[in-house]
Design a protein around this ligand. Structure first.
Ligand SMILES: [Zn+2]
Length: 387
């Protein structure tokens, strides 16, 4: 093997000095116009999907022939991890897709065309039948993982997860004991009363989990500090007359309702007893409460930016944006204000004041191929917008 070349099966080699090649590519890309860059990216995505579909089809055939055995592997999974060097998760997704595609070859078509991602296929695979596969695959088109989980919950509803409150083992790095709390959220609440017997020691703390069990019912699971657990106990006692079971799911819902009202009041001046609308003082950036409410209602609590792919779906990090910039005489009225997410507020400020605004993503030196750091996003004042 020649030095600086990377061997591939079949005796072919990648271009010499792969790092140099990648850096050259990064330099070429940094010189592209925005339109060309997006077009190249879309082309690369299409190629990747095609390659993924081919890889899945190849894996399916290797699986049928059990070729992993002659490669000293006991399973296709071992072969994928040890020989093809996939991560365990990547191997799992591809094998699930390969086995599903053997039963329903149309899956390959959907993967190649980008209608389905590997996660959707692996989630759907156990639930696909001769009768339902077309319908389910169609319904999962371009849907997120969470959407697909809800789709499956409609087809195969699961029973409610039991309400569980249990103490987890204390690790040396955790100052106070942690409590795992698992509740159901749904239309109808029913749970066994909590008792001392439900408190048991168990597994290490897991990450928060939200899962659709059935239409309108979700399992939410997270771990809390001792102090949070004590608050839950106190609230259970205080609410004993209205929630005799002490069901954490009902308490969780009440707490969220209060928090939501509180946050809406702070962020968007939501109230059941609005004062008479007061006009913004001429020349002031201050957004009066009535104007906030009106803009929030009209824009349905969602970023109102419209781009080539339609309206932005962001509902978090929202800010009030002056359509005609304040600096150019734009008024602080509902007609001239719209909701924007942080990204689009900064983006439009850059478009309107290119000489003044810092770039949304700091450009890296051209010869380095690096993903921009998250903290390179410029922080903006919460309200009102700078636009
Ligand atoms: Zn947005």
């Amino acid at each position: 093997m020649i030095r600086n070349e990377i061997a591939r099966p079949g005796g072919h080699c990648w271009p010499r000095k792969l790092a140099w090649y990648m850096e050259s590519m990064a330099t070429i890309f940094s010189a592209l116009s925005d339109g060309d860059l997006l077009a190249r990216l879309e082309h690369a995505c299409a190629q990747e999907r095609l390659a993924t579909a081919q890889l899945v089809a190849l894996l399916a055939e290797v699986d049928v022939r059990k070729l992993y055995a002659q490669q000293s592997c006991s399973s296709l999974f071992t072969y994928c991890v040890q020989v093809l060097h996939f991560s365990e998760h990547a191997a799992y997704l591809r094998i699930e897709a390969a086995r599903a595609a053997r039963r329903f070859p149309v899956i390959l078509d959907r993967l190649a065309g980008g209608a389905l991602h590997l996660t959707a296929v692996s989630l759907l695979a156990p639930h696909l039948t001769d009768e339902n596969h077309q319908q389910l695959l169609d319904a999962a088109r371009h849907r997120s993982k969470r959407d697909v989980e809800q789709l499956i919950a409609q087809v195969r509803p699961k029973p409610d997860a039991p309400t569980v409150v249990r103490k987890l083992p204390t690790s040396q790095t955790v100052a106070s004991p942690r409590i795992e709390l698992r509740v159901d959220i749904g239309e109808e609440q029913k749970a066994e009363p909590l008792s001392a017997s439900t408190v048991v020691t168990a597994t290490p703390a897991k990450r928060a989990e939200i899962m659709a069990l059935a239409p309108e019912r979700f399992k939410v699971q997270f771990t809390v500090e001792r102090s949070t657990f004590e608050k839950l106990r106190q609230i259970q006692d205080l609410l004993r007359h209205s929630i005799p079971s002490g069901d954490p799911a009902l308490i969780f819902d009440r707490a969220l309702t209060l928090l939501l009202a509180d946050l809406s009041k702070i962020k968007f001046a939501a109230t059941n007893r609005p004062h008479a609308a007061r006009k913004a003082k001429s020349g002031s950036r201050h957004v009066p409460a009535a104007v906030k409410r009106e803009v929030w209602r009209r824009d349905e609590g969602r970023c109102a930016f419209r781009g080539d792919q339609g309206r932005c779906r962001e509902t978090g990090f929202l800010e009030f944006h002056h359509v005609v910039p304040y600096a150019q005489g734009g008024t602080t009225t509902s007609e001239n204000l719209e909701l924007r997410c942080r990204t689009h507020n900064v983006y439009e400020a850059e478009q309107q004041f290119p000489h003044r605004a810092q770039p949304l993503f700091a450009r890296e030196p051209r010869t380095k191929l690096r993903v921009p750091a998250v903290n390179s996003v410029r922080t903006e004042r919460a309200e009102p917008s700078s636009g």
